[in-house]
Design a protein around this ligand. Structure first.
Ligand SMILES: *[C@@H]1O[C@H](CO)[C@@H](O)[C@H](O)[C@H]1NC(C)=O
Ligand SMILES: *[C@@H]1O[C@H](CO)[C@@H](O)[C@H](O)[C@H]1NC(C)=O
Ligand SMILES: *[C@@H]1O[C@H](CO)[C@@H](O)[C@H](O)[C@H]1NC(C)=O
Length: 617
């Protein structure tokens, strides 16, 4: 069976299990043919019964053949997944797609009529069906240095950056970059060179009334969204203070802030302020930081500031830094901030700090606030790239707790957990943590090439473990309560986790953020907003069943996982046997090393552990 046969098989599956409208007209075509065949088949078999003996319509036999073909495809799939395979491998993409990020094709967006800046926005719905191919690494790609060395030194060839971008890079967070032969060095340990960022951090701490930036944590500041982060140096410093800082910047063709940050092992995601909401729930960050971040805050009647207000927790801070603040923009922000109930609490040199009110009543008083509480359709569950809205969410929610009132516990307290009680039972939360904890132990011991040998390693076999800092950027594709993230923290691994909550799944994202983790909403039928080769490990529990229930293709999902996975990176999927076998067949076509692991209990759950090869044969 060739690849096309396999694709056909997938489309059939989509047709029979899908709840969504057909995603493209090719599928619509298949479906129509199917319906037509079924109609003709039934009417002609009626004719057959009414006495026209010997007449066997052509269409009917075709339908039969089709059905037999499908069945044999299925059997073939089963055979392949259980034995050696000679399925056709998926081809490599061209060199021009080395840094390919789907959904950001400006010329295609312009052709489709997007304008006024919206052509730079993310548009996945217009993604054309492209032939399947595997994004390949640049020719001189090298394995990134392991954490923490890799935070300060990266390989030039691994990222797309022009010489000009080096020389012209001037902002506080960018100017620290030096090129040393084939390496880019950030020198974050070097006090002399690094003082810009450290001074800035201390200054912000003082402006919010703290003695030093080591007190951020006690003051309730745990998660920071750094918009237009330069190359992540501010975030790197905050991480060293045990804060969770995530970089967010627009898609950039070269010199991408997101690509460089992730290459350094710092949390980052592509996102922008154009016309739609960020994929975060309301009340999710303690601080939003913008140092010459390229957003024109005075545009669109302040809608971008209203969006910042949405994601800020009560009592959270908005920090603005930079001389690019033109006088017009500056005076607009100062006037507008007051109207959305922010207090200017500090102004020093080029840095301004506002604090969001802790009093929800402020938004109901028409004398001050220009925005009022949102109607239901603008509440949280609808945050997935919906149009920006001029309102304030969750003012009556139990999650409206000032960050200054947080307990100084590093774990979430039962009282804090109680706030989320309407979404789930507390037991579920602790079970998720317990099972993630044991899962991490097992998975970690499996992450050695030994697992693919003739005498494969079993979970918890006594063997030298992989080094603790082998994996840095981790994505949990179906994060539930963030249990895997907690388990990584507890085990002291030097990793951070991007917690992804699929749209339509149980919305646990607020709880993930309230634990001081970072997470995003994402529709796994679409590509993830990141650059190729940015994660060391992708973990997903139940994502295959989920994607099938959404009527989307497992092949597309695994190809997308391949795109965002670093060479030599690991995939750990846990799911029902049926989907695991299916995924394993596709994994072989993607040329991953793959092994199905029996969990040694009675369940029909299996583990699929894969490694993306460094060089594709
Ligand atoms: C972007 O869209 C244009 C026009 O549809 C197309 O020709 C081009 O191949 C696309 N580029 C990528 C990288 O997909
Ligand atoms: C936060 O703490 C202050 C001072 O201790 C207290 O007055 C206020 O009621 C608390 N707010 C909430 C929502 O717990
Ligand atoms: C089998 O083990 C897995 C992983 O440890 C667990 O999630 C699952 O609940 C177990 N199933 C049964 C039936 O015990």
């Amino acid at each position: 069976m060739d690849v096309r046969g396999l694709l056909w098989f997938h489309k059939l599956k989509i047709f029979t299990t899908g709840h969504r409208p057909p995603r493209n007209w090719l599928l619509l075509f298949f479906v129509s043919v199917f319906v037509l065949i079924a109609l003709l088949g039934s009417s002609s078999s009626g004719a057959f019964n009414s006495g026209i003996a010997g007449f066997k319509p052509e269409v009917y036999t075709n339908y039969r053949r089709l059905k037999e073909q499908t069945t044999s495809d299925y059997i073939e799939l089963k055979t392949f997944s259980s034995g050696t395979s000679n399925l056709k491998e998926i081809r490599l993409c061209g060199k021009e797609q080395e840094d390919y990020v789907p959904c950001y094709n400006v010329s295609a967006n312009l052709l489709l009529g997007f304008k006024d800046g919206e052509e730079f926005d993310r548009h996945c719905d217009v993604l054309q069906d492209q032939p399947y191919c595997l994004v390949r690494p640049p020719r001189d790609y090298k394995t990134p240095l392991s954490w923490p060395v890799g935070r300060d030194v990266i390989w030039n060839a691994n990222v797309k950056i022009s010489k000009n971008q080096f020389l012209s890079s001037g902002s506080m967070t960018k100017r620290l970059m030096l090129l040393e032969e084939n390496q880019i060095s950030f020198h974050s340990d070097d006090e002399l060179i690094f003082d810009g960022v450290k001074d800035h951090s201390r200054q912000v701490a003082e402006m919010i009334g703290l003695g030093s930036d080591t007190e951020f944590w006690q003051a309730g500041v745990r998660t920071v969204l750094d918009i237009g982060c330069g190359f992540g140096s501010f975030g790197a410093h905050l991480l060293s203070l045990k804060l969770m800082a995530v970089c967010m910047a627009a898609y950039e063709l070269t010199g991408s802030q997101v690509q460089l940050s992730l290459e350094r092992g710092l949390p980052a995601i592509i996102g922008n302020f154009i016309s739609r909401k960020l994929p975060f729930p309301s009340l999710s960050y303690d601080m939003v930081h913008c140092a010459q971040c390229g957003v024109s805050w005075d545009q669109k009647d302040g809608l971008f500031l209203i969006e910042v207000n949405r994601i800020l927790k009560p009592g959270g801070y908005f920090v603005l830094h930079g001389n690019s603040l033109s006088t017009n923009e500056g005076s607009f922000i100062e006037g507008f901030a007051h109207k959305i109930c922010w207090n200017l609490i500090g102004r020093q040199e080029e840095t301004l700090v506002w604090q969001k009110t802790t009093d929800p009543q402020c938004y109901s008083s028409s004398t001050q606030s220009v925005i009022t509480p949102c109607r239901e359709e603008h509440e949280d569950i609808h945050a997935y790239y919906q149009p920006l809205a001029s309102c304030v969410a969750e003012t009556t929610s139990k999650r409206w707790v000032p960050i200054q009132n947080r307990s100084s516990d590093s774990h979430i307290t039962p009282a804090e957990l109680e706030i989320h009680g309407k979404y789930f039972e507390q037991d579920e939360f602790f079970e998720d943590f317990e099972s993630s904890r044991s899962a991490l132990r097992n998975y970690w011991s499996l992450l050695t090439p030994l697992i693919f040998s003739d005498h494969p390693k079993r979970p918890a076999d006594e063997d030298p473990l992989p080094p603790y800092n082998m994996i840095r950027n981790v994505m949990d594709m179906n994060a539930r309560f963030g249990g895997l993230n907690s388990a990584f923290l507890e085990a002291g691994k030097s990793a951070w986790v991007m917690n992804v909550v699929p749209v339509n799944a149980h919305n646990t994202l607020p709880l993930i953020h309230d634990q001081g983790f970072i997470g995003v909403l994402h529709d796994w039928c679409e590509p993830f907003p990141t650059y190729p080769r940015t994660y060391d490990m992708l973990h997903a529990n139940g994502i295959l069943s989920y994607i099938t229930s959404q009527g989307c293709s497992i092949t597309n999902l695994l190809l997308e996982m391949d795109r965002i996975l670093r060479p030599d990176g690991w995939v750990v999927l846990s799911d029902k046997l049926e989907w695991i076998e299916n995924a394993r067949t596709i994994a072989t076509q993607i040329r991953w090393e793959a092994r199905v692991i029996d969990l040694e209990n009675e369940s029909d759950q299996r583990l699929l552990v894969c490694q993306k090869p460094f060089v594709r044969r």
